[in-house]
Design a protein around this ligand. Structure first.
Ligand code: FES
Length: 192
């Protein structure tokens, strides 16, 4: 009889032990699936944020229309050619410009324009050092150069940076065309 009761106790232990293992397994399974759920959720949110943030930047970088002076790269009238002499003169004009967030917004731009023989030179006035605006003859010490007041940057008449001053690249230029006595500006031509 004693042997029988001991055997029954062992058997019960076995049954109890196997049911504990099942519970543990079940719990582990739940934890794994919860962990997977959290992982997938975080991956989803991460992807959404990455697309939202990087998309406009990539679009701005690769879409040439966004960099055009005129909407979609079209030419815009800027000056009557009779107003242009061999001395650089500042002209302002308005363009429709798309950026990564807003389409078709109006932007006011400036160009320094002068005539060189039969050609025109059209310079974009943003200093290549830190982006201040340059002016023709802005420094009394250098009346025949473009001058940037922020850090004494200088450029020659054709927009080349003067060595020994902060800018390390030439001013950008606009492409242009003459139509019906007017000068039209188009794409920006990057210069180094
Ligand atoms: S921003 Fe023009 S010289 Fe620094």
């Amino acid at each position: 009889m004693k042997w029988c009761s001991l055997e029954i106790i062992f058997l019960l232990d076995d049954v109890g032990g196997s049911s504990m293992n099942e519970k543990e397994k079940e719990q582990t399974g739940k934890e794994v699936s919860r962990r997977q759920f959290l992982t997938y959720t975080l991956m989803g949110i991460g992807s959404f944020l990455a697309v939202g943030m990087l998309g406009p930047m990539v679009r701005f970088a690769i879409d040439p229309a966004l960099k055009a002076a005129g909407a979609g790269g079209s030419m815009v009238p800027v000056a009557d050619i009779t107003e242009i002499t061999d001395v650089p003169k500042s002209f302002t004009f308005t363009v429709k410009q798309d950026d990564a967030w807003v389409k078709g917004q109006q932007a006011t731009k400036t160009a320094w324009i002068y005539k060189e023989g039969e050609e025109y030179v059209v310079l974009e006035p943003t200093c290549k050092h830190f982006g201040c605006m340059v002016n023709w003859a802005g420094s009394p010490n250098h009346p025949d150069q473009f001058y940037c007041p922020c850090h004494d940057g200088r450029y020659t008449k054709d927009g080349k940076n003067v060595p020994g001053t902060p800018p390390n690249a030439s001013l950008d230029m606009f492409e242009y065309e003459i139509r019906d006595g007017k000068l039209y500006l188009g794409q920006l031509i990057r210069r180094t």
